[in-house]
Structures are given as structure tokens and as C-alpha cells.
Ligand binder design. Structure first.
Ligand SMILES: [Zn+2]
Length: 196
């Protein structure tokens, strides 16, 4: 089954992923952790959450790669014959082809994808659009709040002075210095107001 859990910047997506993965590990399940290569926070293979949990991804997946091929390589290396539980962090960065591959594999395996629904302009990422089309279970990771206290639903790109940025490429990684991302409620995202 293909599960997609989406949440805004500042929700606890990665923490939730790591906790669910941990529950499976405690039961002795073989769990594969995948991360698209584009996210460079800390380093390419670390799945990191703001509350301090982290784990190393088993597969760092590049856009041109087949997920199935990478899973086959991993199992050969680790001596497993199946991949019953697969978790994907930052799933918005999957390509449409990779999500379609996952949808087919998920007929016989459990795939848990976590990621953003939309970019800083409010448009789908290709990976999230495909997941919204094909996931068999879609749920929202709660917890993101706007500075006004309302539920945050929109991802917002801001510069080092807190100014809202409404132009630029869809993917520009959060480097904590020049560019950061925060979650805002729809009203304050629309107004471009990132603080009181
Ligand atoms: Zn607000």
C-alpha cells in the first residue's frame, strides 16, 4: 500500500517518519529508508528532524535512478530477499516516474512517503502531485503553526531578514543563512507577512 503523509514546513514530518520506522525496527522488521538526493541539510544521507531524531538513509536516490534497481542492489548488499517496509523522506523531491514505480511496487509492499505538498509559490512539487494522484492513503502531519497561532498550511521562502520571497526556482535548499523556509497560514502567506 502506498501511504503519503504531507505536512507544511515546521510540522513534524521527519520526526513522525523516524518514530514509525523505529516501531517497525523494534518488531524486528527489515525497514529501508530512502531519501532523494536533492536535500542537502547536514549531509545527503542523513534523515534529520528538528526535535533531534536522526537516521542514515539506506538509499540516496537520484532523479534519474530506478528505485527498484536501487532496492535490488541494497538487498544484495545487505543479504535480504524482500523489502516489506520502505520509508521515503522529503518525498516531494521524487520524480513522477519514481512515484509511479513506487505505486506499482506498493501493490505488494508497504511504502510510507513523507513530504511537502506544495512549494513556496503554492504549486505542487512533481513528486507530491504524483503522490496525491496515486497514494492509497493520504494524511496530514499536523503541528505546523503560523506566527499568528493559526494552522500553517503554506510553505514560505524568506531571506535572512525575514522578508518573504515570491520569485525564484522551485527548489532552493534551506541553507539557514541566505534562505529559510517557514510555514504560514494562508492569509499571511498571501499577504507576504512573515512576522508580527
Ligand atoms: Zn497567520
Amino acid at each position: 500500500m502506498l501511504h503519503f503523509s504531507y505536512g507544511v514546513m515546521g510540522s513534524s514530518k521527519s520526526a513522525m517518519l523516524l518514530m514509525q520506522r523505529y516501531n517497525h525496527l523494534q518488531l524486528g522488521h527489515y525497514v529501508v529508508l530512502i531519501k532523494p538526493a536533492i536535500d542537502t541539510r547536514i549531509d545527503a544521507s542523513t534523515v534529520y528532524s528538528r526535535v533531534g531524531l536522526q537516521a542514515q538513509a539506506d538509499i540516496v536516490l537520484y532523479p534519474e535512478q530506478s528505485l527498484y534497481e536501487q532496492l535490488m542492489w541494497l538487498m544484495a548488499r545487505q543479504g535480504h530477499s524482500d523489502f516489506p517496509y520502505v520509508f521515503v523522506d522529503e518525498a516531494q523531491f521524487l520524480t513522477e516516474a519514481q512515484v509511479e514505480e513506487i505505486a506499482n511496487l506498493a501493490m505488494d509492499h508497504e511504502f510510507y512517503c513523507f513530504g511537502l505538498k506544495t512549494d513556496f509559490l503554492g504549486n505542487f512539487f512533481p513528486g507530491s502531485a504524483a503522490l496525491m494522484r496515486l497514494a492509497e492513503e493520504i494524511s496530514e502531519v499536523p503541528g505546523g503553526l503560523c506566527w499568528c497561532g493559526a494552522k500553517a498550511t503554506m510553505n514560505t521562502r524568506i531571506d535572512r531578514n525575514g522578508n518573504v520571497i515570491k520569485t525564484g526556482d522551485q527548489i532552493l535548499i534551506d541553507n539557514q543563512e541566505e534562505t529559510r523556509y517557514i510555514g504560514l497560514c494562508y492569509k499571511h502567506w498571501k499577504m507576504g507577512k512573515s512576522h508580527a
